[in-house]
Design a protein around this ligand. Structure first.
Ligand SMILES: O=C(O)c1ccc(O)c(O)c1
Ligand SMILES: [Mg+2]
Length: 627
């Protein structure tokens, strides 16, 4: 696959964009004319910079509104085009993108369009240049790639070919099977964009909501499979108009694009029963441990909450200031070492989650997949006899340790030989249900792609949740149901981000100095027993107001006694076609991280209906200086 990206897709000045693109290993770049117009360098200098960076210039774009014009306007457009040829010469590309005409004055008679396209192709040919004709989804007459292809085919001039752009085709639900009619040698370039399914006009949808392959909802794999079936071997070029990306980090967005393209190319081949190009997605069996970085004072604070939730400190590390807490299948590790990653984390964030241990069957496969997707590995020096667990960088610089499923018991026994208390036999919490991470709104799609490309995860639709101080966006990534060994429970993460300056997730980012784990939900089989026990043990509960329960009773027709018991323990409830959900929350430790206990009865979601009630309850505790 030859990779490319349009400069419009990322933030910065043109030269900053080019260096970010080159640093992420793209083969080529589409130069967007607006970026060139506002650049401090001449087209010739930009061409030279591209060459120095090792980037081909795949094309210059766009050229607008040509076919179907009146003769005088057409002559002016041809003059404009000749000037572009000179710019292309300077940039070092022979290709320019020609958008289908969007002018209300353009005529749509086929004979006229054929004649105009033949004419401009002739002019281009005389200058050794080529045109890639693209059906914009909102083109006045040509807005379907099948019509654009029919014109290109019938003009049959070597200087005229087609652009396919997945956004324009899939936003109009044009069947990808129609790509089978296109001749690969006439397909000059393919532009890629994913997008969320939205009900809005095509132009605004395209200009603001495109995203990297894998970040949206479009059936891109089928599109890619059709391209590969016809033998297309030109550029796979990203063209992503997205407000968040323009405000984000050029280098991260460029990296996400490569990641999305690689996975897409691989999946497109697999759909055609071709050999996989990437190591298989990682399918973790579950969360083996959650590691907290904490000073001794913070460790005491966490310890109080862990005790109240029914955990016991069961072991001390053989050489480090690290304690293992356990209950059911859950391991929490508090790391108070005076140096190393945990210590750095504690210095930056205060008491926080610095690592998650995931149990995997194939450590090396996971490492290889991560390497192929440009996910950083982490290693810190360990004593010669110490257990070396490979680790990958995740949200906010935290780690995913890849724990080998076959040796995990030996790992615990060897690393934590100093028994402290016995694990409680009557513990009520069984496993980690989900882990909620909060991040900058601009980074949200990047982390979404991280999870869905590294792991064998699917994503749920994005939800908008009302915080009293603004809207929070929330989306879950989860292992495919049933793919997790053992209890058959999926591994679940929820991602949260907000643009609102004082919403809880933004307050978290400020207090925490960065992205990270904001809450952890534990599963249990009897939420009333778990809540009663936690209450007796002194867990600071998040209080839910009385109106919630009055509404709950009415909304679901629940038994008044049941609702009264829920109210007594601040338990919230949700129900859908699959089943029922019960949940309660602790107050936040150090105003940052908090804990949730859930019981699922067939239910597969996260109680989104309750999230705004929870956010309101939490907002009541925010610092007065925060307004
Ligand atoms: O939104 C546009 O105008 C526009 C321009 C060029 C493209 O390739 C495209 O897909 C859209
Ligand atoms: Mg396009």
């Amino acid at each position: 696959m030859k990779t490319s990206i349009a400069t419009i897709s990322i933030s910065g000045t043109l030269v900053e964009k080019l260096s970010a693109i080159a640093s992420r290993g793209y083969d080529a770049v589409e130069i967007f004319e607006n970026d060139l117009l506002s650049a401090a360098q001449s087209a010739k200098e930009i061409g030279a910079i591209c060459r120095d960076l090792g980037l081909e210039v795949a094309m210059l774009q766009p050229f607008r509104d040509y076919e179907g014009l009146s003769p005088d306007l057409r002559a002016r457009a041809e003059e404009r085009m000749r000037r572009k040829f000179a710019v292309m010469e300077d940039l070092g590309t022979d290709l320019i993108l020609l958008c289908s005409n969007c002018s209300p004055h353009a005529v749509g008679e086929r004979d006229v369009l054929l004649e105009d396209l033949a004419r401009i192709a002739g002019i281009a040919g005389e200058h050794d240049k080529r045109l890639a004709y693209e059906a914009l989804a909102w083109g006045t007459h040509i807005n379907d790639h099948r019509d654009a292809w029919a014109l290109v085919r019938d003009v049959d001039h070597p200087a005229l070919g087609l652009t396919l752009d997945s956004f324009h085709s899939l936003s109009r639900n044009i069947p990808s099977a129609s790509i089978g009619d296109i001749r690969a040698d006439k397909l000059f370039i393919v532009q890629w964009a994913d997008a969320p399914i939205l009900q809005m006009d095509l132009l605004n949808w395209s200009r603001h909501f495109r995203c990297m392959p894998g970040q949206g909802d479009f059936p891109l794999v089928e599109f890619g499979a059709q391209l590969r079936r016809i033998g297309y071997d030109g550029y796979w070029s990203l063209e992503i108009f997205n407000d968040r990306f323009r405000a984000g980090s050029a280098s991260s967005v460029a990296r996400d694009g490569i990641r999305g393209l690689k996975v897409l190319h691989d999946q497109s081949g697999i759909a055609l029963r071709r050999a996989a190009e990437l190591p298989a997605p990682v399918a973790p069996q579950g969360v083996e441990f959650i590691e907290f970085a904490a000073s001794h004072a913070e460790a005491e604070e966490f310890g109080r909450i862990f005790h109240a939730l029914g955990f016991a400190p069961v072991g001390r590390h053989r050489s480090k200031d690290v304690v293992r807490w356990q209950q059911g299948g859950i391991n929490l590790v508090i790391n108070s070492e005076p140096e190393g990653l945990a210590h750095s984390f504690d210095m930056v964030h205060g008491g926080s989650v610095c690592a998650l241990g995931l149990t995997v069957d194939d450590q090396q496969g996971a490492i290889d997949r991560a390497a192929a997707l440009d996910i950083d590995r982490f290693a810190q020096s360990v004593a010669p006899d110490e257990w070396q667990i490979p680790a990958l960088r995740g949200v906010g610089g935290s780690l995913f340790y890849l724990v080998d499923g076959a040796t995990r018991d030996a790992m615990w026994a060897e690393e934590f030989p100093h028994a402290l208390e016995q694990a409680k036999q009557d513990g009520l919490l069984t496993s980690v249900d989900h882990i909620a991470q909060t991040m900058q709104y601009e980074e949200f799609l990047g982390w979404l792609l991280y999870y869905t490309s590294l792991f064998d995860f699917t994503k749920t639709p994005q939800l908008e949740i009302a915080d009293p101080m603004g809207i929070v966006y929330s989306q879950a990534v989860e292992s495919r149901a049933g793919s997790v060994a053992g209890a058959g429970k999926p591994l679940r993460f929820t991602l949260n981000g907000s643009m609102a300056a004082n919403a809880l997730s933004t307050r978290f980012l400020h207090n925490y100095f960065g992205a990270g784990v904001q809450h952890i939900a534990f599963a249990c089989d009897d939420i009333f027993a778990a809540a009663a026990k936690a209450k007796d043990a002194g867990l600071p509960f998040l209080a839910v107001g009385p109106n919630y329960y009055a509404d709950l009773e009415a909304r679901f027709g629940l038994d008044a006694d049941l609702v009264a018991r829920m109210a007594e323990h601040n338990i919230m409830y949700d129900r859908d076609d699959n089943g029922e959900y019960f949940q309660f929350y602790s107050r936040a430790v150090a105003k940052r991280i908090f804990f949730e206990v859930v019981q699922r009865r067939g239910y597969d979601a996260y109680g989104a209906a309750n999230a705004s009630v929870r956010l309101s309850a939490q907002a009541a505790h925010r610092d007065p200086v925060d307004f």
